[in-house]
Design a protein. Structure first.
Length: 278
């Protein structure tokens, strides 16, 4: 006689039902309401007029472009920082590890003010590059700096567990077989880190696209130059143009979903190459 194994959690059906209910209430319902509001409160002509406005188009280009650049920088340097924190022991390691989470703890407005004070023309860092005609604040470069600051923890915290679980015996075996450091990195280490790196990139990108508080202080908010899409949404809301704000938000939602879906497919492909299961 077979007995059903006892489980602390309920069965598949109740668990799936609760998960779908929670997902619908917390994610699908608000997003569906946003899309429905944008298409029911205005016709397609008005919708297109809002999203095709030159200032809005420029803000889309800056938001997605700066988010992509910041996510790439975070993926590169965040992987290096995660490698150092996992593989080496040095004085101040715990302090450095704790500082990684500082962008999580700081209010976004405080981050923006601090970055502006540091990278402005008379700031601690900006004053040294200003004589050469290089501006690090109140332009698109400042937007990239702010988005890089707030997105770094996503990559580091995603890469650290993977590096800790990576078997060093594989590297030692490769060295015993005569592989140099570059071949070991290319054939053993890099393929194992690609899925985690893509996950960190996706998280940093998603966080950066919708960032508002830390960017508006260092961006300068110059029309057609350094205005981000969330700022355009806030501008429409301040004018009580809720339909226009919903239209811009809908375009951002659709573009972000498509990009994240492509990243997810690329991540799944990398897992298949490694022989992992998704």
């Amino acid at each position: 006689m077979r007995f059903r194994s006892h489980s602390v959690l309920p069965g598949f059906a109740p668990t799936l039902g609760f998960s779908l209910l929670y997902l619908s209430l917390m994610v699908l319902l608000p997003l569906s309401a946003l899309v429905l509001y944008s298409v029911t409160k205005q016709d397609m002509g008005q919708f297109w007029q809002v999203v095709s406005n030159p200032r809005v188009v420029a803000s889309f280009k800056l938001s997605f472009g700066a988010a992509a650049v910041a996510a790439l920088l975070n993926t590169l340097f965040g992987s290096i920082i995660a490698w150092i924190l996992v593989r080496y022991q040095f004085f101040g390691k715990r302090i450095m590890d704790a500082l990684i989470d500082l962008p999580f703890a700081m209010p976004t407005a405080v981050s923006g003010i601090a970055l502006s004070a540091i990278f402005a023309g008379n700031g601690w860092i900006g004053q040294y590059v200003a004589p050469y005609g290089i501006k690090l604040a109140f332009n698109p470069i400042g937007v990239v700096i702010a988005l890089t600051f707030i997105g770094l923890p996503f990559v580091v915290r995603t890469m650290q567990p993977v590096l800790k679980e990576h078997e060093r015996e594989l590297e030692e075996a490769a060295a015993c077989l005569g592989a140099n450091r570059w071949v070991t990195f290319q054939k053993i280490i890099f393929p194992a880190l690609v899925p985690a790196a893509l996950t960190g990139f996706a998280l940093a990108f998603a966080r950066a696209v919708g960032e508002y508080g830390s960017v508006i202080f260092i961006a300068g908010n110059l029309p057609m130059v350094s205005e981000i899409a969330p700022l355009m949404i806030m501008s429409h809301l301040e004018e009580y143009d809720y339909a226009g704000a919903a239209a811009i938000a809908t375009v951002m939602l659709g573009a972000s979903f498509i990009l994240l879906l492509l990243i997810n497919q690329l991540q799944a492909w990398s897992w298949q190459r490694l022989g992992g299961a998704r």
